[in-house]
Design a protein. Structure first.
Lengths: 122, 300
């Protein structure tokens, strides 16, 4: 289990990486969306998350386009036609609304997940 | 939100905590944005790199332009001219055959040089010297006696200057003209005790170079080549350099280089040893620049 301890000039946020569903850029800030359905506005840019996620031992996060980082374990549907990403999972307790993402970014995410090795249960 | 929007983006400190690690200490990863100074340093280095690339490109262009680009096609390479100088001397009756023609409105006398040996000397030939079949001036010089363009006289180098690209080389009884910035032919001639001078290009491989900086109308002279036959050419009237070069090209000269002193007195000798004046004989001997003017002398 890994946690992020995020310290800014005005607050300290501590969050388990498993609880992060996605992080979305909002101008110079970032919206951190958690499994409980709550969203937290972080006063720094998205790339700081991207950099720290790469340091995780079990990095489940994937960059989707310029403005989104998603936790792959909560991806439920990638719909290229409607250009939306739907999240679901046992840990998700709150209401996580689908996210609109560009078609190209979704296509890349789809290919990434398709090419990942699955667990052989046979 | 409004209050948040008023803030500038921050640089957070994000630490990864691992509670199931065998190590008692937590693993810490700090994410720190590049400092403002670092950012400017990076930009400065990029600018310096771009500047260096531009300087290198400019230097490369100048190198190419100075050492490779003559601006006209070249008929004979220095190596080929050296080979020509190494060939055995063709046995011919020594003579200068004069013909006249008018091309593109430019009246010219052509002096075909047969069976003669050329050299450069600083004393004007005596009109009574029957060994001299033709002579003329060759390299230019400044008022203080410095030669413009390389000059080698009888194995002695008087000047090394590649500012003029046409050249004439003489060694071992043979002579060639050519167009090159290379000093290979000059070095060969120097070793062999021959003579060499540089002058403006008038025609190179049947093409006239684009710019001519001398626009006045005076009598013009040149040394040119049609096939392997060398000619001394003199205009009968005052001509611009471009008109003269164009007439030479039209007449069929492959290569031609300028000869200074268009109005100077010189002479040529016909087969019967009779002397024929070119220019005003009252100008003989030349009083100015005695001992400095290099004379291109053709002897039997």
């Amino acid at each position: 289990m890994e946690w992020l301890r995020i310290s800014t000039s005005t607050e300290l946020v501590r969050v388990a990486t498993d609880e992060i569903v996605y992080v979305r850029a909002d101008g110079n800030y970032s919206d951190l969306v958690l499994t409980n359905g709550k969203s937290r506005k972080m006063t720094f840019q998205l790339h700081f998350f991207d950099e720290v996620f790469q340091q995780l031992q079990n990095n489940m996060f994937a960059r989707v386009g310029r403005s989104l980082i998603v936790n792959k374990r909560y991806i439920h549907v990638i719909n290229l036609t409607e250009q939306i990403l739907i999240f679901s999972g046992q840990q998700i307790k709150g209401d996580i609304k689908p996210v609109n993402v560009s078609r190209d970014a979704l296509k890349q995410l789809k290919e990434l997940l398709e090419n990942e090795k699955g667990v052989d249960n046979g | 939100m409004d209050e948040l929007n008023m803030q500038k983006p921050e640089v957070p400190i994000i630490i990864i905590e691992r509670d199931e690690q065998p190590q008692p200490k937590e693993s810490v990863t700090k994410v720190v944005a590049p400092s403002r100074n670092g950012k400017w340093l990076k930009r400065f280095l990029v600018l310096v790199a771009i500047g260096c690339l531009m300087v290198a490109a400019l230097a490369g262009y100048h190198f190419w332009d100075y050492y490779c680009n003559i601006g006209v096609p070249v008929s004979t390479t220095p190596e080929q001219n050296i080979e020509k100088l190494q060939l055995p001397v063709k046995q011919e009756t020594p003579e200068v055959v004069m013909t006249s023609d008018s091309v593109l409105g430019v009246a010219m006398d052509f002096y075909a040089i047969h069976g003669l040996k050329a050299s450069i000397q600083f004393e004007e030939p005596d009109t009574a010297d029957t060994s001299v079949y033709l002579y003329c001036r060759c390299a230019d010089h400044t008022a203080d006696g410095n030669y413009l363009g390389s000059l080698v006289a009888e194995g002695t180098e008087k000047q090394s200057d590649r500012s003029r690209l046409g050249y004439m080389a003489m060694a071992d009884g043979r002579m060639v003209i050519g167009i090159s910035r290379s000093d290979k032919v000059k070095d060969y001639v120097l070793e062999r005790g021959g003579s060499f001078f540089r002058q403006f290009i008038l025609v190179s491989n049947g093409v006239i170079p684009a710019p001519f900086y001398l626009h006045g109308k005076v009598e013009r002279r040149a040394i040119g080549r049609i096939g392997n036959q060398l000619y001394f050419i003199a205009t009968r009237h005052k001509e611009t350099l471009w008109d003269f070069a164009d007439a030479l090209r039209e007449y069929g000269f492959i290569d031609a280089i300028y000869i200074t002193g268009g109005a100077d007195y010189v002479f040529y000798r016909s087969k019967d040893d009779a002397r024929h004046d070119i220019g005003e004989s009252k100008e003989y001997p030349q009083k100015k620049w005695q001992g400095i003017v290099p004379w291109l002398v053709f002897r039997k």
